[in-house]
Design a protein around this ligand. Structure first.
Ligand code: BDP
Length: 706
């Protein structure tokens, strides 16, 4: 009897142990994004192609709850919900999804399914109200009409212009659905370096087909315009915004667009920047240009996103230029113009201070532009979760209206009467089967949408949501992987450009290091940005001895940055030129601090591989292998960055690399050759397309077999 019982206990234990072993999920290519774990409970295609029918069919197909879901567009409008907000009212046996508009209910449906997928449905009666922070939650595609994507690392453009308008890819609808599921409601589908042809009738007919597909998902189309379009496609000899013929051209063009696309969002404009035409070609201001376009759009409710990304080779400090040009124009822009400002004053570097313009134009609608594509953070080869970078910017206090005037508050319009507000992100999407070129960086698409809806969400929460929906809810998977994602931005800063270093990448692809590079334009040259010499390294932007950029910030930021003792160390070399033997807060010399920061960056990047290997049981084989291969490459690239930057700086510091840091694996001369010849997709100007991906070989000291 006793023996039998013992046997029963042992076999029960054995069963318990073996059944705990997680079943390996089936392979997937990642195309289904964060819908991956949504299980279909019924086949229920939408009865018609309308927002209402789509909302209903999403519930019919995927809602697993016992409570009946009732989707309701409110007869009695609730002002607090605005156009896009929704309420989920949980009561006994019922969930009501309520909104002022059909699109509000669709967002509510996706919100409800998200709660289901992340095990966050309330247990009892409860009302959850969600209202987006920004009116326009926009995507910017840098897609060219020839199918290439500027700074895109996930294949070619999604838009197949050759096949449109007749042939429609199912991907267009999948794209719209994915965007709606995270609240993205506007998309500028062509590159800011715009080809004027997009505004020709032939192209507009193609664009209309996309607009019709996007509409039920609440996604409005924007177009990037080429300011010289009146000349290029309008048969005029000028594009002067004050010339009546030019004004008429834009009025007519806008009317034509609205006749095809009645809910057209408006125009995105890059003017007088990096060779693009603009109002200054005719001695006019950005306000003259923006207002002319805005006036054409105003009768239809359209808006202009006018970019503040302007600089020229003459300026002493490129970081100051956007403010220098736009602050004097404060108050001159029409109500339907938003000035689109990159998060930092230079250009999407791994770390920048905020653009000072956010705190300097109280009478202008300002919006934030972030980059989702990883131009400077390892392309789609590196796993970097970017939400912490964006959030750092949104949470930074400009002090413009006293404490609390963060970039989020400013751009949400809390201090303006005009409630027009927007945010935009340069996408990382292409026609790669997994959309983003790297399974893990799909998170940046997801996170961008969630942030645009609610800038208060933490990076950790968003990562948690995404992992549960895309991979697994098992805590043994979530915890380590989330931790890795949460740290990943800081890790990349450490192995690429720590302590405020910036713009020291190779100028060809913006991927690997190129600190030695000079350029015919000083403002494109890494030498200009790090100014390394025997006396130290860093760009002096102080008022006392440097460019004076610190004065563009409001107090107390200005003094904090001005004073080397109070300047945050993670921005030290952004604002100060610092001797190699300068004592850091931890007592190390600047030189040692640099060496150790790189060292930690490369060790952390190598550790990703081992963390990933531990969670192998929770990940399907296909995605597991893909990610692992990329992580190995990332760790090696990290070493390449370290070797290049440290060996180059050492020619000035003449100080030794500390013994407990890895020794370099290549000489400076070898690495300089790599920098010269590299080219990767996404480069706007193809110089050496025949030489592709020549990278230095590396061995990981901790994992020499990889
Ligand atoms: C830079 C890119 C360039 C873009 C430009 C922009 O290198 O390809 O055209 O920004 O934002 O980051 O307009």
């Amino acid at each position: 009897m006793k023996v039998l019982r013992t046997f029963a206990i042992i076999s029960a234990l054995f069963l318990a142990v073996t059944s705990c072993k997680v079943e390996k999920p089936a392979d997937t290519d990642g195309h289904d994004l964060w819908f991956h774990n949504l299980e279909k409970v019924a086949d229920a295609a939408p009865a018609e192609y309308t927002t209402e029918a789509i909302a209903q069919s999403e519930i019919d197909q995927y809602w697993k709850g016992k409570a009946a879901v009732e989707i309701k567009v409110l007869d009695q409008k609730d002002e607090a919900l605005g156009r896009d907000g929704y309420r989920l009212v949980f009561s006994k046996g019922k969930v009501a999804v309520e909104a002022n508009t059909a699109i509000g209910t669709l967002y509510g449906v996706y919100g409800l399914l998200r709660l289901q997928q992340t095990d966050a449905l309330p247990k009892g009666a409860k009302t959850i109200t969600e209202v987006p922070a920004f009116e326009y939650r926009a995507f910017n595609h840098w897609d060219n009409l020839n199918g290439s994507v500027e700074r895109g690392y996930a294949g070619q453009s999604l838009w197949n212009w050759a096949e449109l308008p007749d042939k429609v890819s199912p991907v267009y609808q999948e794209y719209a659905r994915a965007n709606a599921s995270v609240g993205i409601n506007a998309t500028a589908i062509n590159n800011v370096n715009a080809n004027a042809d997009i505004l020709t009738t032939d192209y507009l007919k193609k664009v209309k087909v996309l607009a019709d597909i996007f509409r039920p998902y609440g996604l409005k189309i924007f177009l990037s315009l080429n300011f010289a379009a009146p000349k290029h496609i309008g048969g005029l000899d000028t594009s002067d915004p004050l010339d009546p013929r030019v004004v008429q051209f834009w009025k007519d063009k806008t009317a034509e667009i609205y006749s095809l696309i009645p809910d057209f969002g408006g125009f995105l404009v890059k003017a007088n920047s990096e060779g693009q035409s603009g109002p200054q070609d005719y001695g006019r201001t950005h306000a003259d240009g923006a207002n002319m376009v805005a006036d054409a759009l105003a009768p239809y409710g359209g808006v202009v996103f006018w970019r503040a990304f302007v600089y020229d080779a003459q300026a002493e400090d490129r970081a100051m230029q956007a403010s220098d040009e736009f602050v004097p124009l404060d108050g001159q822009f029409r109500d339907n113009v938003l000035i689109q400002v990159k998060n930092g004053p230079i250009d999407f570097q791994p770390r920048e201070p905020i653009s000072p313009l956010f705190g300097q134009a109280p009478n202008t609608n300002l919006m934030l532009e972030v980059q989702i594509t990883q131009e400077y953070l390892g392309h789609s080869k590196h796993m970097v979760y970017l939400h912490p970078l964006w959030k750092e910017c949104l949470d930074t206090d400009t002090y413009e209206f006293g404490e609390g005037s963060t970039v989020a508050a400013i751009t949400e319009g809390k201090y303006r009467n005009n409630k027009l507000s927007a945010i935009s992100g340069v996408t990382n999407i292409g026609n790669d089967v997994n959309w983003c070129g790297h399974q893990m960086i799909q998170i940046n698409w997801y996170a961008y949408g969630r942030m645009a809806w609610n800038p208060d969400l933490s990076s950790d929460q968003i990562a948690d949501e995404w992992l549960r929906q895309t991979f697994s809810s098992d805590p043994k998977f979530i915890k380590p992987v989330k931790d890795m994602l949460d740290r990943s931005r800081e890790v990349t800063v450490s192995y690429e450009m720590p302590l405020g270093l910036h713009h020291i990448m190779a100028s060809n692809a913006h991927f690997g290091p190129g600190p030695w590079e000079d350029s015919y334009r000083k403002d494109w040259s890494p030498l200009f940005y790090h100014k390394a010499g025997p006396d130290g390294v860093g760009f002096d932007r102080t008022v006392a001895t440097g460019s004076g950029a610190t004065a563009q910030y409001n107090e107390p930021l200005a003094s904090t940055y001005e004073n080397i003792d109070t300047c945050p160390e993670n921005l030290l070399l952004w604002f100060h030129h610092v001797p190699w033997d300068y004592k850091m807060k931890d007592g190390k010399t600047l030189w040692d601090e640099l060496c150790y920061t790189y060292q930690h960056g490369i060790e952390d990047a190598a550790d990703y591989i081992k963390i990933w290997e531990k969670v192998e049981p929770y990940v399907d084989n296909q995605r597991y292998q893909e990610v692992r291969t990329k992580l190995i490459r990332q760790a090696k690239d990290a070493m390449w960055w370290r070797d290049a930057v440290i060996l180059y700086f050492q020619t000035f510091s003449n100080m030794p690399i500390p013994d407990d840091c890895y020794p370099p694996q290549h000489t400076l001369d070898e690495l300089k050759q790599v920098g010269v010849f590299r080219w990767t997709p996404g480069m706007p100007r193809v110089r050496r397309p025949e030489i592709y991906e020549v990278l230095p070989e590396y061995t990981l000291p901790k994992y020499p077999d990889l």
